[in-house]
Design a binder for this molecule. Structure first.
Ligand SMILES: Nc1nc2c(ncn2[C@@H]2O[C@H](COP(=O)(O)OP(=O)(O)O)[C@@H](O)[C@H]2O)c(=O)[nH]1
Ligand SMILES: [Mg+2]
Ligand SMILES: [Zn+2]
Length: 358
């Protein structure tokens, strides 16, 4: 059953998860523990020195070509900065320290403050590239037109788990969810996904504004990164949540020197203050899906939050959960504690990453 009746769309209920436990962070960079300690010690020293020199703290709004657009506080003008070349990639949501040169050149980003969380996009040639930092949750927009693909959703959930953030799924276009076939399919998938820990759902329609208040409540005072397949209603949603989006976009373009706002860079926007306080949204136009082939088996296993507790309880310690006797995962599948859909997806994603390793 869907948590609302398609024939009475004002009645929209949300499903809430248990609060999540913090997870260990994974890193793609292969530094030894000692190296990591040195990096952060050196960074700490640098930060202390910069603060002593009255470096200003700012939030990165967008990294656009030869400029990084930043803002020092909400409701203050955005401005462009240069940056030191040795800092590594800088992305929307980063907190940085900037210095003001004596001449009239751009201010300079001198340091990136340690990130609470970071989402990276894997690139076959260039390795991992960050595109959103210090976010607290991921908003995945899905709908039935185009019908969402569970395997894509599973990859988002793995990523969220790895980064250590909550997942918020917004099912859009309930106003046109009327065909029985669609209702059955969505109900079937919802029944499976609502049982997964740390995943919250909101159903609604941006067109009719049903469910919008529920969504606003979930986004209020939080830092959210938004994503979803093309055609699900991202642009429509962002316009509804951020009434002054044009003003924000124009001022970013004006200072970036690019003239026109680039559509592929992730950008941080302030949500409507009256309904969502100091909540921010990072839009990620260049990122539509997440690859998982490069991840460790451990990261994938943790990403299947309802399967993970059964792992380690199989008869064989190297159980592949396919044909072995006394496999805890297969028993859970048989008892209905794990769904066939998620079980298949689990094995599929694990196999892909194993093939990649070889
Ligand atoms: N019926 C209906 N259509 C919607 C809704 N939200 C968005 N759309 C339509 O879906 C299409 C894709 O929307 P858009 O915002 O461009 O999607 P994006 O590709 O994710 O940015 C457009 O034709 C929108 O008018 C909704 O709640 N109900
Ligand atoms: Mg769009
Ligand atoms: Zn097993």
């Amino acid at each position: 059953m869907l948590p609302y009746s398609p024939f009475c769309i004002d009645f929209i209920v949300q499903w809430h998860s248990m609060t999540r436990k913090p997870l260990a962070k994974y890193s793609n960079r292969k530094l030894s523990k000692k190296q990591k300690a040195n990096v952060s010690k050196n960074l700490q020293k640098r930060i202390t020195k910069l603060r002593r020199q009255n470096a200003m703290e700012a939030t990165v709004i967008s990294h656009m070509g030869y400029n990084i657009v930043v803002q020092t506080a909400m409701n203050t003008p955005v401005f462009a900065c240069d940056w030191r070349q040795n800092l590594g990639a800088i992305c929307a949501g980063d907190q940085v320290l900037i210095s003001r040169p004596d001449n009239d050149e751009n201010p300079v980003i001198e340091a990136i403050l340690p990130r609470q969380t970071v989402i990276e996009k894997q690139n076959v040639y260039r390795g991992a590239k960050p595109f959103a930092a210090n976010i607290e949750q991921i908003l995945v927009i899905i709908t039935h037109q185009p019908m969402f693909q569970p395997s894509l959703l599973d990859r988002y959930l793995i990523m969220a788990n790895m980064v250590g953030i909550d997942s918020l799924i917004y099912f859009n276009k309930t106003d046109i969810l009327t065909a029985n076939r669609d209702i059955e399919k969505v109900s079937y998938l919802y029944e499976i996904y609502k049982k997964i820990p740390n995943v919250r759902w909101v159903f609604g329609s941006i067109k009719t504004a049903n469910g919008l208040a529920n969504l606003q409540a979930e986004l209020s005072h939080r830092k959210t990164v938004v994503t979803g397949q093309s055609g699900v209603g991202k642009s429509t949603l962002i316009n509804a949540l951020i009434p002054d989006i044009c003003v924000q976009t124009k001022s970013i373009s004006a200072v970036s020197g690019l003239g026109r706002h680039s559509t592929t860079n992730s950008t941080l926007y302030h949500l409507d203050k009256t309904t969502m306080g100091d909540g921010v949204l990072i839009d990620t136009p260049g990122v539509r899906s997440f690859d998982t082939y490069h991840l460790t088996a451990e990261a994938i296993e943790r990403g299947f939050a309802e399967i993970y507790p059964f792992l380690g309880h199989c008869h064989f310690s190297d159980c592949s959960h396919t044909h072995e006797k006394n496999c805890a995962v297969k028993i859970a599948l048989k008892n209905g504690n794990i769904s066939q859909l998620r079980y298949d997806s689990f094995l599929q994603i694990l196999t892909e990453s194993q093939h990649h390793e070889q």
